[in-house]
Design a protein around this ligand. Structure first.
Ligand SMILES: Nc1ncnc2c1ncn2[C@@H]1O[C@H](COP(=O)(O)OP(=O)(O)OP(=O)(O)O)[C@@H](O)[C@H]1O
Length: 277
């Protein structure tokens, strides 16, 4: 069974704005999924359906094989945690630690468990030093860390992140990338994220959906997707720099049998150079 599935998911905002058109997705447990697409392609609208913020105009969203309905929405929101694109949409308590505690308290957890979850989430997001601060006075990147911590503290089975790297400094992006990559193995989570930073995709994702005009224009592994130039151009996406390098080497007769993540390519290049030396 898929942890999240959409069947012909279609959504129109008032004013006949067709944001999603017959979207079909099958997301396995423990997968790391990237959803790519240009501005307005429908990524945020799609994510809002995963946790029942929006209700389909037609079609279905299934979580653990069950269609999302008003009746099971509480369970669905326990299962699927959403980090919004704009942290101001989800941070509102007087202090950071109260904010991160908000979800676990709402889940009805006892005080000791809440404290433990808050400590752990702040530690994972390297935000312990911010715990007494006022959230709305934090920098953009600090707010982002706090927003992610708030969702982690609820320990959802699926973590959905809309543009998680926006606002983070380069070190913050590296830390987040490493962290998201390990979530399925370390915490048994499934990770779904959107990004405009295509270089991050091979580092985090094992499967990619490309959206265009509210539809799924293509899907596959990062290696498959980043070879499809027409698909990328149509969706106004860049090719990751490493995929470009691999293509150029291939066109010049040098085949590198590696995945498209930085570490795979680096290891294979070093091995080839060592063989030549
Ligand atoms: N609240 C809303 N009311 C009306 N139309 C909306 C609303 N939110 C989004 N839309 C429209 O729905 C379409 C999909 O928007 P969505 O925000 O899902 O795209 P996105 O892929 O997340 O874009 P971005 O990369 O800019 O975040 C766009 O045409 C957008 O203008």
């Amino acid at each position: 069974m898929h942890i999240i599935e959409t069947r012909d998911l279609t959504y129109s905002y008032p004013g006949e704005i067709d944001a999603l058109r017959s979207v079909n997705m099958h997301i396995h447990r423990h997968a790391r999924i990237a959803v790519l697409g240009s501005n307005g392609a429908g990524k945020s609208t799609l994510f809002s359906h995963f946790c029942g913020i929006l209700t389909p105009t037609s079609g279905q969203v299934l979580v653990h094989g069950e269609p999302v309905t008003k009746k099971n929405i509480r369970e669905v929101r326990k299962t699927v945690g959403m980090v919004f694109q704009n942290p101001d949409d989800q941070i509102f308590s007087p202090t950071v630690e109260q904010d991160v505690a908000f979800g676990p308290v709402n889940l009805g957890l006892d005080e000791e468990t809440v404290t433990h979850r808050v400590d752990e989430a702040l530690r994972l997001m390297d935000a312990e030093h911010l715990r007494k601060r006022t959230p709305h006075k934090l920098s953009g990147g600090e707010k982002k860390r706090v927003a992610i911590a708030g969702v982690l503290a609820m320990e959802p089975q699926v973590l959905v992140l809309d543009e998680p790297s926006s606002g983070l400094d380069p070190q913050g992006v590296r830390e987040l990338t490493g962290f998201l990559r390990t979530l399925p193995d370390t915490y048994g989570m499934t990770v779904i994220f959107s990004t405009h930073q295509v270089d991050l995709v091979p580092e985090i994702a094992d499967y990619v959906y490309v959206m265009q005009d509210g539809m799924i224009a293509g899907e596959g592994t990062p290696d498959e997707i980043f070879l499809r130039e027409d698909l990328l151009r149509g969706a106004r996406l860049d090719v990751p720099i490493l995929a470009r390098l691999l293509r150029s080497l291939r066109e010049n007769g040098i085949r590198i049998d590696a995945g498209s993540s930085y570490h795979d390519v680096e290891a294979e290049l070093l091995r080839m150079l060592a063989d030549r030396a």
